[in-house]
Design a protein around this ligand. Structure first.
Ligand code: PEP
Length: 263
């Protein structure tokens, strides 16, 4: 049974002080929920990915709790002359256990190509970070009926050269680009259909048992009002959340919705 993972991707929002404020609020919600028969953190994995400048403040504020911390990117070297970049070792040292790789904003705005993303996945694994690999199609590709092929191609490229051990820690986030930050979202049925095809690709590449271990999230305008619809789908194991993950109160509502489903 895969434990669902709800991850807030803060993108380029929040100072260290604001991150600490969010952490305090989230922890107080968690404490309130601790008396429930089955505390939320036992049912759902909770992850927050702050910007690099707020990561260590957030990690310090949540240390020893059920809240995991992730980076939003890494550079695939341990250290070196790479101005402006952050290494997996540095993320780990600041308290991260996950890292987002291949978010469409980085692919589209910063021109990150598949080869580099493949290096990033390998670097994350080498340094003990769990990769959250993002894939997703544009609206034009969807209209042309290319969604599944395109996303499977992104998976194949980013995972090239890796064996089935990657399935022990890999999280995939299916994020249709047209649904990110737009208020438009894929229907739960559409997301399920694509995600099932991604899992099928993983099964063909690594075997059904390994593929069954991989958690695949949906991302794209997920909010408290619609999260339950996605999580009720058999192949959807959580959500990668942008805008609605910036307030502790709305993130908490989504965690509650996941726990209420008993997913
Ligand atoms: C994201 O940043 O990955 C995302 C899905 O954003 P939003 O939830 O705002 O659409």
């Amino acid at each position: 049974m895969r434990k669902p993972i709800l991850a807030a991707n803060w993108k380029m929002y929040k100072t260290a002080a604001e991150a600490k404020e969010f952490a305090d609020q989230l922890l107080s919600y968690l404490q309130e929920g601790a008396s429930l028969k089955q505390p939320i953190q036992e049912q759902v994995e909770i992850l927050v990915c702050p910007p690099f400048t707020a990561l260590s403040a957030f990690a310090a504020a949540t240390q020893g709790t059920a809240v995991a911390v992730g980076g939003q990117n890494l550079y695939p070297r341990k250290e070196g002359a790479f101005t402006g970049e952050v290494s997996p070792l540095m993320l780990k040292a600041e308290g991260a256990s996950y890292v987002i790789i291949g978010h469409s904003e980085r692919r589209q705005i910063l021109g990150e190509a598949d080869e580099l993303l493949n290096e990033k996945v390998k670097a994350a694994l080498e340094y003990g970070l769990k990769p959250i690999l993002c894939v997703g199609e544009t609206l034009e590709q969807r209209r042309r009926g290319e969604t599944a092929d395109f996303c499977r191609g992104q998976l194949a490229a980013a995972l090239a050269g890796l064996d089935q051990a990657v399935c022990d820690t890999l999280v995939v986030a299916y994020e249709p680009i047209w649904a990110i930050g737009t208020g438009e979202s894929a229907s739960p049925q559409d997301a399920q259909e694509t995600i099932a095809l991604l899992r099928q690709w993983l099964a063909e590449a690594y075997g059904p048992a390994a593929a069954a271990k991989v958690r695949i999230q949906y991302g794209g305008s997920v909010k408290p009002e619609n999260v339950a619809g996605y999580l009720a789908m058999p192949d959807i194991d959580g959500a990668l959340i942008g805008g609605a993950g910036l307030q502790a109160s709305s993130f908490w509502k989504m965690l509650q919705a996941a726990a209420d489903l008993g997913v």
